[in-house]
Design a protein around this ligand. Sequence first.
Ligand code: PGA
Length: 247
Amino acid sequence: MGKTIIFNWKMNPETLKEAKDILNAVKKLSQSAKQKIIIASPFVYLETLVKSKNKKIELASQDVFWQEKGSYTGEISPTMLKNMEIEWVIIGHSERRQHLNETDEMINKKVLAVLKAGLKVILCVGENSAIRKKGDKTIMDFIKKQLDKDLKNVEYSVNNLIIAYEPIWAIGTGIPCKSEDAVKIIKFVKKILNTKYKIQNTKILYGGSVNGENIVNFVKYKEIDGVLVGAASLKKEAIKNIINKFK
Ligand code: PGA
């Protein structure tokens, strides 16, 4: 099974022209790519990207609301995304947990609504630096609790869920998790999914300060099914390195 690369643009770029420009760069590289490539774009660019992308590239929104329609000013529903032919939704990114006070209960509602609408979920989990300092057992307990709450009542099959292990202290800091530590947590997440949900093949990705240089540290581990890339996903040279090296 090939690897998966998610380019999460976050609240970037500032113009549609730049968005198209980055998409074109990814498109060229995607022709010969063996990996699954997913671009998570701000809502406002998705419609244009759907029309201009190629078959090798799949699109994700970076959030969603849990209701299908109605009086929820400012929100976007899973049905709207589905009708626009968006395939994936990132849910529970730590930046939303932190800045928008998203709770595991809200995340769980979003996960259930997205799966019900026939979209696929990229669920982000990961510990902060205070938890990391307490060691592996505390980290694993924390992540298990996140998974239990975020995936409550979820019945899923292997194709509609990706988990991104994103330690908060590594996101946007330029300090990635050591790849061997990421592998340890990824193996642990796989074990929980296998035992609790009887699912063998869910892809577990690593995210947090991955760039065009340090990607080589993550390539060598078969346990790391892919990477979720933030800041570097806006830089053409880094995009090229990541696609070319992470096979
Ligand atoms: P980063 O972000 O690569 O800029 O650290 C990763 C992410 O989207 O969480």
